[in-house]
Design a protein around this ligand. Structure first.
Ligand code: ZN
Length: 376
């Protein structure tokens, strides 16, 4: 596989492999890779080969700058559930970090859709908000980083591998529907990769977390918070568990921030969620996400950028300034921001009229939707 350029598989037996789960997507990747290797000259059968995303054929668009770049996609974290004062130590530590100038919370972002399968591929390919779900034929962020000279890792703790892509130095999936790992394990996998590749000029990692995806109580260790109130109603319990999952998420981001601090090279991370979530307290009757009608709660997500001291000293955080005073930005703005911080051409500019893909009323077909007009 190494000879064919599919480095990820040959390296799966590294220290992280103990936490990996094989997934049907891996089998598809393996099948496509073997077919490509064995059948390379058999053009007559080329039409039978399922095209699979590969980072290997992407042309360089820019040269990556030195250091570590991490893109973290959360799950189901609504805009109002990041950095909640008084909720716990993770949120408090994260706020302290921002107060010390080691990161910034950007304006909230409008996701590319209200479901994982629409929003994640659009985000990972920097698709415009108004683009349909199928508009993902451009190179992924991680493939652009690889083409620009970075060593790359694609690590997935979500139950489904939403956008499989080969050709990275590490491709790792940690959770499946049957067995899930806490996001702390995924963070550890990122740390392992950085440790393994230290000395490389440039590292780029995309991490898709399990985040706050229902069922909320499965997303954090049972002993991480105190006992639940035995008499709480199901709705109250659901809110509590969502906020606990979100607070555990703050703990994960704090740990990722400490990892950046441990590096002497410029290092940063961009965090956003794939989409938001509807909760009982909204009083809309909507629940969870990916419903037929979008809401502000399931489509607006938080946006956070953390960096270390070496990154500040290089002044790279100043590239974010054009986004900082917008009322609302988009997933595409964030994807391009991650690339700009890595060395892609800038300045950035926020979307003039943020858009998403979905529907604002029952029965209306999905299409481009103005984020300013999202219903509750
Ligand atoms: Zn999702």
């Amino acid at each position: 596989m190494d000879a064919a350029g599919f480095h990820g598989f040959a390296r799966l037996a590294g220290p992280e492999a103990r936490a990996s789960v094989p997934w049907l997507s891996h089998l598809e990747v393996l099948k496509a890779s073997l077919t490509k290797l064995v059948m390379r000259s058999a053009e007559a059968r080329a039409s039978e080969i399922t095209p699979l995303r590969s980072a290997l054929d992407v042309r360089p668009a820019f040269r990556t700058e030195a250091g570590v770049a991490l893109f973290i996609i959360g799950e189901s974290l609504r805009a109002d559930s990041l950095l909640t004062p008084g909720r716990g130590r993770g949120s408090a530590e994260l706020q302290e970090r921002l107060d010390r100038g080691l990161g910034t919370r950007l304006p909230d972002a409008c996701a590319g859709g209200n479901g994982t399968f629409i929003a994640v591929p659009k985000l990972l390919t920097a698709a415009p908000g108004e683009a349909p779900p199928s508009d993902t034929a451009r190179p992924s962020l991680l493939a652009l980083a690889r083409a620009g000279g970075a060593k790359t890792a694609y690590i997935n703790n979500h139950e489904i591998w939403v956008m499989p892509e080969t050709g990275h130095d590490l491709v790792q999936k940690i959770s499946s529907i049957e067995s899930s790992s806490y996001d702390e394990v995924a963070t550890e996998a990122v740390e392992n990769f950085i440790w393994r590749e230290k000395g490389a000029h440039s590292l780029a990692i995309v991490l898709h977390l399990y985040g706050q995806h229902f069922f909320y109580e499965d997303r954090y260790p049972g002993d991480f918070f105190g006992a639940e109130v035995a008499t709480a109603s199901p709705a109250v319990l659901e809110e509590l568990r969502y906020q606990r999952a979100a607070e555990y998420g703050a703990h994960i981001l704090t740990r990722a921030g400490r990892m950046l601090d441990s590096l002497s090279v410029p290092a940063y991370l961009v965090f956003t969620s794939d989409h938001g979530e509807n909760l009982p307290s909204d009083g809309t009757g909507k629940r969870f996400h990916a419903g037929p009608v979008n809401s502000r709660q399931d489509t607006l997500v938080p946006a956070l950028v953390l960096w270390n001291r070496a990154f500040v000293n290089a002044g790279r955080q100043r590239r974010l300034e054009p986004l900082q005073h917008a009322a609302l930005i988009t997933h595409q703005n964030l994807a391009l921001a991650w690339l700009a911080l890595l060395g892609a051409p800038h300045p950035l500019s926020p979307a003039a009229d943020p858009m998403t893909w979905g529907s604002a009323s029952i029965g209306a077909p999905a299409g481009p939707l103005r984020c300013a007009e999202l219903p509750r």
